[in-house]
Ligand binder design. Structure first.
Ligand code: FAD
Length: 403
């Protein structure tokens, strides 16, 4: 049985493990944490609408359900040239036929970032955010700022949606408690039109939401630093904040940046449409293999450099498409076939953006861009998706095709 080594146990890595097992490969998955984290539904942890444990799926349970090997350890080095992966424990893994890299992205480092918390950072930050929300409610009044930043080297690494979602949820929580009028809520971003990638209709609708919910906007000024009590902008102006939730844009993973893999300017791994790492034409590797032809190293999910439309975004459903494609492509390569599957045709923005008491369905592809409000039902639809994600991955309920 051919062996595939997968690095990372997020949306991309777990999906690849599941689908490679279906193709009968011996799969080993390495993850630095022992659980798979359902990021999209973590937005309800800070407002106590869900519990942390409900967002985590034990990787051991997934391993048992699908029959892959699991190593809980951190990857510290990858050498494509030597065909080696080194782990924190000192173990070197080199006995694999194919390598799938799926360790997600790191975050841009802003000055004073420790004065902020992010809903898109390490999972544990969601619990710290919960403490902060509790604390500011106990204060009886305050100024709360929510924002996100950009990566000038890769526009696909920006993640703003969860910031909007968390803010709307905090707004609703304060409203339910009858204390909304005691708080000033502000959304800030360095871009003049944050959310523009969702399309012009969505942008207009967000503006209407902000007005209706009395949320202040602070857009178009570069962020200089974060301080304990506010945000400093490029012109040295300050936005006062008792509590700042900030999503730094994605950046290349540290382990990848020091590897010999080909990277774009932001440090994401260059791939072709089939998620095969795109080495240069002249690269040959440990066994003299010509790496410009289909070879055995793949990168999927947030760690890979997405190509295509300016509005493209790193999203979980794209990570999963890439993972399923790679399972197919490895099988196809081993069978000597040529009908490889590509990710580019699947690039779209697809999101149910929660508003605390409802949601909006956001969709964009190369032909259409729209946002449809889904009062009440949208909120429960997103909650239902979270339950579906857990149990379908555990093999306890059937998968809906394409989801
Ligand atoms: C709050 C939030 C809400 C979101 N909502 C949506 C949404 O509604 N729709 C949507 O499509 N997308 C959404 N996304 C985006 C989506 O979650 C990501 O695109 C997706 O998680 C990417 O999957 P991944 O496997 O590439 O990376 P990750 O999910 O980040 O997984 C990476 C994995 O690699 C592991 N890892 C990292 N470094 C190492 C190392 N050195 N050694 C070993 N293991 C390592 C990590 O522990 C992790 O398990 C959201 C993201 C966030 C944060």
């Amino acid at each position: 049985m051919k062996k595939v080594l997968i690095l990372g146990g997020g949306f991309a890595g777990v999906e690849a493990a599941i689908y490679l097992r279906k193709e009968n490969y011996e799969v080993t998955l390495v993850s630095d944490r022992d659980f798979f984290y359902i990021y999209p539904t973590s937005i309800w942890i800070p407002t106590r609408e869900t519990e942390y444990e409900k967002i985590c799926v034990d990787l051991k349970e997934l391993k048992e359900a699908h029959g892959f090997n699991l190593i809980v350890d951190g990857v510290t080095d990858i050498s494509a040239k030597n065909g080696e992966v080194t782990l924190e424990s000192g173990i070197v893994l080199n006995k694999y036929d194919d390598l799938v890299i799926a360790m997600g992205a790191s975050k841009m480092k802003h000055k004073g970032i420790d004065n902020t918390l992010s809903i898109c950072g390490a999972p544990e930050q969601a619990l710290l955010l919960r403490d902060k929300v509790d604390h500011i409610i106990s204060m009886g009044e305050g100024k709360i700022c929510f924002g996100f930043g950009g990566n000038p080297n890769d526009s696909s690494a920006v993640r703003g949606g969860p910031g909007f979602e968390l803010m709307f949820n905090v707004h609703n929580l304060l409203k339910k408690k009858g204390i909304r009028d005691k708080y000033e809520l502000t959304f800030f971003a360095p871009m003049a039109e944050p959310g523009k990638r969702m399309g012009p209709k969505a942008l207009k609708m967000m503006d209407t939401f902000f007005g209706m919910l009395d949320i202040k906007q602070h857009f178009g000024k570069k962020i200089k630093a974060f301080e304990k009590d506010g945000i400093i902008f490029e012109d040295d102006s300050k936005l006062d904040s008792d509590f700042t939730m900030f999503i730094a844009a994605g950046d290349g993973h540290e382990v990848i940046k020091k590897s010999d893999l080909p990277l774009n300017d932001a440090g994401f791994i260059k791939i072709d449409d089939h998620c095969n790492v795109r080495f240069s034409d002249k690269d040959t590797f440990c066994d003299g293999e010509d790496m410009s032809r289909p070879h055995n190293i793949y990168a999927i999910g947030d760690i890979a450099a997405l190509e295509g439309h300016e509005w493209r975004a790193k999203q979980g459903h794209i990570a999963e498409v890439m993972a399923r494609n790679v399972a197919h492509n490895i099988k196809e390569k081993d069978n000597g076939g040529e009908s490889f599957l590509g990710y580019a045709e699947h690039i779209n923005i697809l999101c149910v953006m929660d508003t605390g008491d409802g949601a909006s369905f956001v969709y964009r592809d190369d032909k259409r861009a729209f946002m449809i409000p889904m009062p009440i039902v949208g909120h429960w639809l997103k909650k239902g998706w979270g339950v579906y994600a857990r149990y379908s991955k555990l093999g306890k309920i059937p998968r809906i095709p394409g989801m």
